[in-house]
Design a protein around this ligand. Structure first.
Ligand code: CMP
Length: 138
C-alpha cells in the first residue's frame, strides 16, 4: 500500500474548510496514518520547501506557510500519491478541474488549500520531516 503526505494550508483552516477536506479524504477511501495540527516556523517552511529555493515565490511561500496553523497528515491508499494529486487538482485553482479540492476551496496559487507529495520518494521524505514512526498507526 502506498503513502502520501498532505498539508491543509493556512487558508483552508482560516476559511473553516478543514472539516470538509477531512470528510472528503474519508469519503475517497484514504486511510489516515497520522494527523496533527501545527504551526510551522519560517525556518521549518524554508527547509520543507528547500527544493523551491531558487523560485521567485520561495520567500513569500515560506512566510505564508508559517502564517497560521496547518494540518499535516500521512495518508495511505492504493496509488495514494497520484490519487491525492487527482483529487486536489491543478496548483492554480483557476486551472483546477471541477469538484477538485482546489477548485472548491483554494483562493490563489499560493493560498491553494492543500499540498500533496509529487512522488513516492518525496512522500517518504515529507512524512519523515513531520512524523516519527511512533506517531503513525500500523
Ligand atoms: P505545493 O503543492 O504546496 O508545493 C509548492 C507550492 O508553491 C505550491 O503548492 C504553491 O502553493 C506554490 N506555488 C507554486 N507556483 C507558484 C506561483 N507561481 N506563485 C506562488 N506560489 C506558487
Amino acid at each position: 500500500m502506498e503513502r502520501t503526505f498532505i498539508i491543509l494550508k493556512p487558508d483552508a483552516l482560516e476559511s473553516k474548510n478543514a472539516g470538509n477536506i477531512l470528510a472528503r479524504i474519508e469519503a475517497e477511501g484514504f486511510r489516515v496514518l497520522g494527523l496533527k495540527l501545527i504551526q510551522m516556523s519560517a525556518d521549518d517552511a524554508g527547509r520543507f520547501y528547500a527544493v523551491h529555493k531558487e523560485r521567485p515565490f520561495y520567500g513569500d511561500l515560506c512566510k505564508y506557510m508559517s502564517s497560521g496553523p496547518v494540518i499535516v497528515a500521512a495518508l495511505e491508499a492504493a496509488g495514494a500519491v497520484q490519487k491525492w494529486r487527482d483529487l486536489i487538482g491543478a496548483t492554480d485553482p483557476a486551472q483546477a478541474a471541477p469538484n477538485t479540492i482546489r477548485k472548491l476551496y483554494a483562493k490563489s496559487k499560493e493560498a491553494n488549500a492543500v499540498h500533496g507529495s509529487d512522488s513516492v520518494e518525496n512522500a517518504k521524505i515529507e512524512i519523515a520531516f513531520f512524523f516519527s514512526e511512533r506517531e503513525l498507526v500500523g
